[in-house]
Write a protein that binds this ligand. Structure first.
Ligand SMILES: Nc1ncnc2c1ncn2[C@@H]1O[C@H](COP(=O)(O)OP(=O)(O)OP(=O)(O)O)[C@@H](O)[C@H]1O
Ligand SMILES: [Zn+2]
Length: 750
């Protein structure tokens, strides 16, 4: 394949070079494939997977020795380029001091790249982001030196430093913090021989997990499911299973048994959660079961911790990793089980940069590793249900809540018949029910999937709406921060004192509620209640989440007001009432999955109620009680609802009954975006069964200052879209301001 810079290294004869191996090296750059380099002669020839340093132009890059033969079908991959003449190959400079990346990870990178039409180097970059490829210098700390204190001037600061020394070496910063002495004092002591440098032993952060540390007695139903999963782990082969069970039925308990089995076999396990925030409660529970912590992986992890974890995964020392979807790219040498908890959750879809669906890629990862994958949900996605129906996935169900807990009672509040007072958002029926719970010392949760104070600010005088200058979106008022913010691009501005359009003074009013406004209403209505807001912007860190969870569990909170973050997987035993402030919220917008997603989300929220002894109630505030979504929630008949969804999508070959890809075409002006979209549309392939929809404005026609148009490509399942897209877009030349993004299996329709 192509080496873009062709300067021939000097000092060697052509024939000598010809004898050496041609080594494909994948760089973390957007080339269509690996570049060829000249390998050092055996035994120094690095094996596939080895990270190496190679020249690229005048720079040096880190790359990974790649496999000569790809397992990706030829029509999924870009056409091979003609190889560079051996004479012009440049030599590999050296290998990094790391074990090679496992072959299963290399295959996964190839396949994910081919499936999402991403240059494989960019996928490798994701896998190496935390690799810690710079050489590891052992950190140095200080121990007591041989110099005698009697012969030296001992200031109080020096004495404090000596007192702060422990048995193990401490780094300068630590020692300075512990003693209150400045680093300069410490260095002077070292010069005087009072301190001596010694390497700080490397951390070995992942304690051994004991599969039998604390076993629970499973119900018959749970035990059957657990045994099926254990057998799948023992089989050491790919299989996919949906573990479906009502909220609180013990799905987690069951899959932890499969994790235990993998541990007994000495294999590694990957558990994906949709939300980092969830890992706090999850890891606590994990530690109770296995006597030690799992390794945690997500983008908010500090860089040192990431490096340690990445290396421990590669060394096989980290046995169980729980993480966000980026954990899929960790270098597991011996993956024996993969779990996707809350598999229906759209948070698994990565929309920035490399666009991929974490759940689907987990299935791919497991398939390549030859390991079982378990998809877990109370409200499985239609995709997964269709795979079950087609016989591709196995299916285990848990029908009852664990122990005495029963499923919550779900009822609608018809907002037309029982409207809130003017300027408020909670119906008297809801506030009365809340009052009752507070009187009994029980907890209440209010759910509204909207951050901030109000989603719209409007001028009472002229009707002008405060919009984002960069996006087709309204600015959301954040009263606590005294600003208007765009939730798409992050643009913020102070709330203007007068209307920017007509100049009327103090004429801007907030329209509609966000959780801050519900908080305000509740504080006025229930002055005694202890309130807690849970939203992605208030639970910034896992620590903050852990704190919130602890306060809820210890009954230091009466009322939780939250966005979608409260919907997922939490177990709050004292929570008996869940109120959904606006159950209709997710139904708008032309999204294919709007109804499915609303049912899943609200069903999950509802599932937080009544998980222990006291029965739970869920109240849904809605203006459209007759809507099938509301009816499904009230009846609890998720299956019937999904059957209806399936019947709607099947005839038009909508996913999962057909394949869909989106081309998002964007430019810096509306005219340029239109012209480019038309030009691409004009070259659309005409193939039997393949339909092109659009171009049309993308649902966010303006996003971060870019004008966006969309083409959709739809085909029956039997037709793969990747080769068609590749062919279609080959030879496309884009201007500097033009961009085309491909989204295979689009989820959000943005
Ligand atoms: N066999 C069991 N023995 C003891 N406790 C159990 C058992 N099964 C479940 N539980 C407890 O019941 C509660 C609910 O179980 P779990 O969280 O596993 O359910 P889930 O189906 O994963 O719930 P969700 O879908 O809402 O996340 C937990 O506190 C769990 O520890
Ligand atoms: Zn914006």
């Amino acid at each position: 394949m192509a080496e873009p810079t062709l300067d021939v290294p000097d000092g060697e004869s052509e024939t000598a070079r010809d004898d050496r191996a041609r080594l494909p090296v994948l760089l973390t750059l957007p080339f269509p494939g690996p570049l060829d380099y000249l390998a050092p002669p055996p035994p120094e020839t690095p094996p596939p997977g080895q990270l190496v340093r190679v020249p690229l132009g005048r720079r040096e890059e880190i790359g990974c020795v790649w496999d000569r033969d790809s397992t990706v079908p030829a029509d999924f991959a870009p056409p091979p380029e003609s190889p560079v003449a051996s004479a012009r190959l440049r030599p590999v400079r050296g290998a990094l001091d790391l074990p090679p990346l496992p072959v299963t990870l290399r295959r996964f990178i190839d396949w994910l790249a081919a499936y999402t039409l991403t240059p494989p180097g960019l996928v490798l970059a994701m896998a190496l982001r935390a690799a810690g490829t710079e050489p590891r210098k052992p950190a140095l700390g200080w121990v007591r030196g041989s110099a005698d204190t009697a012969s030296l001037r001992m200031t109080p600061a020096r004495l404090r430093v000596l007192a702060a020394l422990g048995n193990a070496p401490h780094g300068t910063a630590d020692l300075s913090a512990a003693s209150g002495a400045s680093p300069a004092v410490i260095r002077a002591m070292a010069d005087a021989g009072l301190l001596e440098a010694a390497p700080i032993p490397a951390e070995t952060p992942f304690a051994t997990l004991d599969p039998d540390f604390h076993r629970v007695t499973l119900s018959d139903e749970q035990d059957h499911a657990a045994e099926t999963l254990r057998a799948a782990v023992r089989a050491r082969a790919y299989s996919a299973t949906l573990l479906e069970g009502v909220t609180g039925s013990g799905k987690t308990e069951v899959y932890l048994e499969a994790v235990a089995e993998a541990l007994r076999l000495g294999r590694q396990v990957l558990v994906l959660l949709p939300e980092i925030a969830l890992s706090a409660q999850w890891t606590e529970r994990f530690a109770r079961r296995f006597g030690a912590q799992a390794a945690i992986w997500h983008s908010a992890l500090g860089s040192k911790r990431r490096k340690i974890t990445w290396r421990a995964v590669l060394d096989g020392q980290a046995r169980v990793v729980v993480g966000a979807r980026s954990a899929l790219f960790l270098p597991f040498p011996d993956l024996g089980l993969c779990i996707v908890d809350e598999e229906h959750d759209t948070a698994f879809k990565q929309e920035d940069g490399v666009t991929y669906h974490g759940r689907d890629m987990a299935v791919l990862r497991a398939r390549i590793a030859g390991a079982p994958v378990v998809l877990v949900s109370a409200t499985p996605s239609l995709e997964t249900l269709a795979n079950v129906e087609a016989g591709r996935y196995g299916h285990l169900t848990l029908a009852a809540r664990h122990g005495a807990a029963t499923l919550p009672h779900v009822a609608l509040i018809d907002m037309r018949a029982h409207p809130p007072e003017r300027g408020l958002f909670l119906s008297p029926l809801l506030t009365e029910a809340m009052e009752e719970r507070f009187a009994r010392g029980e907890q209440v949760m209010l759910f509204l999937n909207r951050r901030g104070y109000a989603p719209l600010t409007l001028c009472r005088a002229c009707g002008f709406r405060m919009e984002c200058p960069n996006c087709t979106a309204w600015l959301v008022e954040h009263r606590a921060r005294k600003e208007l913010a765009c939730h798409h691009c992050g643009h913020t501005e102070p709330i203007p004192p007068s209307c920017p359009h007509c100049g009327a003074d103090s004429s801007l009013v907030p329209i509609g509620p966000g959780i801050e406004r519900i908080f305000e209403e509740c504080r006025a209505r229930f002055p005694e209640a202890r309130l807690l807001v849970m939203a992605s912007d208030t639970l910034g860190s896992p620590q903050a989440t852990a704190d919130a969870v602890r306060r809820i569990s210890h009954r230091e909170v009466d009322l939780i007001i939250g966005t979608q973050i409260v919907a997922k997987g939490w177990h709050f035993p004292h929570l008996t009432l869940v109120g959904v402030v606006d159950a209709d919220l997710g139904l708008g917008g032309g999204d294919l999955r709007a109804a499915e997603r609303t049912v899943q989300l609200l069903h999950q929220v509802a599932g937080r109620a009544g998980r222990a002894d006291a029965p739970g109630t869920v109240l849904l505030q809605s203006y459209v009680g007759e809507h099938p979504v509301m009816q499904a929630l009230v009846s609890g008949d998720y299956r019937a609802f999904m059957a209806r969804e399936a019947a709607q999508r099947r005839p038009g070959f909508w996913p999962p009954y057909g394949r869909l890809a989106a081309l998002i075409i964007s430019a810096n002006t509306a005219e340029a975006a239109d012209a480019l979209a038309r030009a691409i549309g004009a070259h659309a392939p005409h193939l039997p069964g393949v339909e092109i929809l659009g171009p049309a404005p993308a649902p966010l026609a303006l996003l971060r200052g870019r004008h966006r148009r969309r083409l959709l490509l739809r085909a029956p399942r039997a037709i793969a879209l990747q080769p068609i897209l590749r062919h279609w877009l080959t030879g496309l030349r884009l201007g500097a301001q033009e961009r085309v993004e491909i989204d295979i299996d689009p989820v959000s329709f943005l």
